[in-house]
Ligand binder design. Structure first.
Ligand code: HEC
Length: 491
């Protein structure tokens, strides 16, 4: 696990915490809004109930009023109304001797309200601030409402009040004096348009409250389910995303490991190459040493060995061993691990490379032509670049030998432009076949059979140039040969 991965997971976590918070807040707000709405609705519907109740009373009153009152048979509950005693024809006798008495609108309504109270779920009361019938006297609340009608010209008024732990709506509607009312109420000093009184209506809220609580319960239940599903959905997408990050990470690590393995393989191949080059370099001095040893042996056999010859042989052998040890030093330097970047001229890297391979090229009659035009030092891992150079030159050498090219040569151009230093390594080994050239940088691609190569050389060269040196490597066929171009940026 690397930092990149932890960062990704952390980002994902933060992102989901935010989404979770937003979803929670939105759902909570929406729930609150729904409950508030339901609460308002409870109020509206009970008010509607009260208003309907009033309209029903009013209709009934109007009907009685429109007939100027109605005549009924007087009973114990409905005796002739003493407050109508001044009205003419309050009491009638029919032709067959039946007695009838007049009931005024308020009287009928009062009876209706008292007799059938509760059937409509509402309790009504007709009253006034200036009473004709003292039994109709207003309650404190009714007085307050009637005052409001008189003072502010409002037509109705309501409040929600709690009495004996029970909530009620108190509703009252004004009754305005009409011309028809004056017949009986004119004496009290009322004029048309005055507030004559009002009808108050009380409705207990419990039915409405119960409905409200029931609905709220339903809403909360639905919201909980909804919330739960949302969280579930969020959790699911979170897990999927997290898994995909983990998979990515696994792939990344696997790739990294593959690359490491390839790097190690190519190092091994380079090492093998190096050993064979050392062998090349050593062949000559060793045969010279052997020759001198032979000479000593022959001299001893022929009993011709003298001190001067001995010294001469020894110093020749010493010179050769020095040559051998210098070669080893060269290669040691070459093998030193590339721990830190250094400022170095690209042409010096190439010279290092040639000091190692030159011998083997000379032995095979391959000419090297160098054109250097490079003065800018680059800050790079020079050993890696060296490895790439060796690889390409070694490939060129093999191609030249394989094709038996006469006047075999490798031309090395190093030059620079504004942004980069460019190395071109050209051979005259007749070029690379079209089907090969397109795959030349693929891993494990080789034209040489298992024995001589891993097929990683050019793949690793490309990896090194692109990933470690930020550069580019390309290949093209030129006149009877091929050209590898390595472009390394100056910064
Ligand atoms: C037929 C005569 C008559 C007519 C018409 C009449 N009233 Fe009345 N009204 C009475 C009597 C009598 C009472 C008191 C006795 C009672 O409670 O029955 C009364 C009581 C009332 C009360 C109850 C308060 C109180 O003073 O006791 C109000 C409010 C009222 N009338 C409003 C009106 C209005 C508004 C009109 C016109 C739309 C009207 N009345 C028309 C006879 C009449």
């Amino acid at each position: 696990m690397h930092e990149h991965y932890n960062l990704k997971i952390e980002k994902l976590n933060n992102y989901y915490i935010k989404i979770f918070a937003i979803v929670s807040v939105v759902i909570f707000l929406s729930l609150s809004f729904s409950i508030y709405n339901e609460y308002q609705h409870r109020k509206d519907s009970v008010l509607e109930h009260a208003k309907n109740s009033f309209i029903k009373d009013l209709m009934f009153r109007k009907w009685v009023s429109s007939h100027g009152g109605v005549y009924v048979f007087p009973t114990k509950e409905t005796p002739p109304n003493p407050y109508l005693k001044d009205i003419e024809n309050r009491d009638l006798v029919t032709t067959d001797g039946q007695r009838l008495t007049l009931m005024n609108p308020a009287y009928t309504l009062r009876e209706l309200m008292n007799k059938f109270e509760g059937m409509y779920g509402a309790k009504g009361h007709i009253t006034s601030l200036n009473l004709l019938n003292p039994n109709n006297k207003p309650s404190e609340w009714e007085k307050k409402a009637l005052k409001k009608f008189e003072d502010n010209g409002e037509l109705d008024y309501y409040e929600f009040l709690t009495k004996d732990n029970k909530e009620y709506i108190y509703y009252m509607h004004a009754l305005i004096t009409k011309k028809s009312c004056l017949k009986c109420h004119g004496k009290q000093g009322y004029k048309v348009g005055d507030v004559r009184g009002g009808i108050s209506i009380n409705i207990p809220m419990d039915k409405y409250n119960n409905n409200f609580y029931k609905t709220v319960k339903k809403i909360v239940f639905i919201y909980i389910i909804f919330y739960f599903l949302s969280i579930l959905g969020l959790y699911y997408t979170y897990r999927t995303l997290k898994e995909s990050i983990i998979t990515q990470e696994r792939l990344y690590v696997e790739n990294q490991r593959k690359e490491e393995i390839m790097l190690a393989q190519s190092r091994n191949a380079a090492m093998g190459e190096m050993i064979s080059m050392i062998a090349h370099q050593w062949r000559q001095p060793i045969s010279v040493i052997a020759m001198w040893a032979n000479n000593i042996e022959a001299d001893v056999d022929m009993e011709e060995l003298n001190e001067d010859d001995c010294k001469d042989y020894a110093s020749n052998i010493l010179a050769q061993t020095q040559h051998l040890s210098k070669t080893i030093d060269d290669f040691k330097n070459f093998f030193r691990p590339d721990k830190s970047k250094e400022d170095i001229l690209i042409k010096d890297v190439m010279e290092d490379c040639l000091s190692v391979v030159e011998k083997s090229l000379q032995n095979n009659n391959i000419k090297i032509i160098k054109n250097y035009d490079n003065s800018t030092e680059l800050n790079i891992y020079s050993r890696e670049l060296l490895q790439v150079y060796i690889n390409i030159i070694k490939n060129a050498k093999e191609a030249l030998l394989e094709n038996g090219v006469k006047d075999a040569q490798i031309v090395i151009d190093i030059y620079e432009n504004k942004d980069s230093v460019i190395t071109e390594i050209k051979d005259n080994a007749l070029g690379i076949k079209d089907d090969v050239i397109v795959k030349i940088f693929d891993p494990y691609f080789t034209t040489k059979g298992v024995k001589s190569g891993t097929g990683l050389g050019l793949y690793m060269s490309k990896t090194i140039i692109e990933k470690h040196l930020n550069g580019e490597i390309e290949v093209e066929n030129i006149d009877n040969g091929s050209c590898f171009r390595i472009i390394i940026p100056k910064v």
